[in-house]
Ligand binder design. Structure first.
Ligand SMILES: Nc1nc(=O)c2c([nH]1)NC[C@@H]1CN(c3ccc(C(=O)N[C@@H](CCC(=O)O)C(=O)O)cc3)C=[N+]21
Length: 281
């Protein structure tokens, strides 16, 4: 038996169709959602992600506002762009593409954003609201993971979930999201200091690999029938490589592949955050 696929690409396309209708309804009310992006430097990966976000916006009728700064931009220059987007009424939500080039303080930049325009859910106020269980835009990748599981009717309540990685964009907020009363999962957050990763993964009904270590999760570690989501992306000469070894498909019940799994869902949730913020305005 080989695992069934959690098709993030198809699911994201369905979500974009729903959003297209909601954006049309907003326009009827005279509300025009606009997504801003701030790209600093010329990392090819970051550039292609940002280009993808603008393509998605065009597909659902959200206006795009692109700001680009050179890799040697100063902290003050980046902050000036953030202040400008905070004030711009055409920009209803925006993101600062991470990571920022060395020497720039991303936390200070995030803190300067208007939390109401934080399309990524990464502003400290919004992460604080997530901790407190208050309404806030949710971080896109964790939200995309929960949405993908829901749309495939994968049972989250009561599940033993192992999250590998404690980063601020994925692992850390995903643990918070999945342990909310509405999700009711039991979460083990593993990281580079975890003594015996395999022992934890073997117990898991759902495994989320977000460590950025190619092939970290191998077939022998996975409980037969478990749900495995690959969130890792490493660029190699051979192309993009995920955190999940391909042979995991021979034991897992469901797999979210990379590419075509969580990545497209992340982008769909960014659009969703922008549309929801505009609907609330
Ligand atoms: N402020 C900020 N917000 C982010 O959401 C953010 C960020 N910074 N920095 C970088 C990471 C990475 N990320 C991805 C989004 C989509 C795909 C995606 O769509 N991947 C496709 C193809 C992979 C590819 O071609 O690169 C797939 O998995 O099928 C991947 C990665 C968002 N990030």
């Amino acid at each position: 038996m080989t695992a069934q696929i959690l098709d993030g690409k198809a699911t994201a396309a369905a979500i974009r169709d729903e959003l297209r209708r909601r954006v049309a309804a907003l326009r009827e009310r005279g509300v025009a959602p606009g997504l801003g992006t701030v790209l600093v430097g010329d990392d090819p990966g970051s550039r292609s992600y940002v280009a993808g976000k603008h393509r998605d916006c065009a597909a659902v009728g959200i206006a795009s506002i692109q700001r680009e700064l050179p890799a040697d931009a100063t902290q003050a220059e980046v902050e000036a762009v953030v202040r400008e987007l905070n004030e711009d009424p055409a920009c209803t939500g925006y993101i600062v593409q991470l990571p920022l080039p060395k020497g720039l303080d991303a936390n200070r930049v995030l803190e300067l954003m208007d939390p109401a325009k934080d399309a990524d859910g990464l502003h400290p106020t919004n992460l604080g609201r997530l901790v407190l269980g208050q309404p806030a835009p949710l971080p896109c990748t964790p939200r995309g993971i929960v949405e993908l599981l829901r749309r495939y009717d994968v049972k989250i309540a009561g599940a033993e979930v192992v999250v590998i990685g404690r980063g601020v964009t994925v692992g850390r907020p995903l643990g918070l999201l999945l342990t909310r009363r509405s999700e009711n999962a039991t979460v083990t957050l593993c990281h580079t200091g975890t003594k015996d990763l395999a022992r934890h993964v073997r117990q898991a009904d759902i495994v989320v690999a977000a460590a950025g270590v190619p092939g970290l999760v191998t077939a022998d570690m996975v409980k037969p029938g478990a749900v495995v989501l690959d969130v890792g992306i490493t660029r190699t000469e051979a192309g993009l490589v995920g955190d999940v070894d391909p042979r995991v498909r021979e034991v897992a019940g469901w797999v979210a592949p990379m590419p075509g799994g969580v990545g497209p869902m992340t982008r769909a949730m960014l659009l969703t955050n922008v549309v929801e913020a505009a609907e609330a305005s």
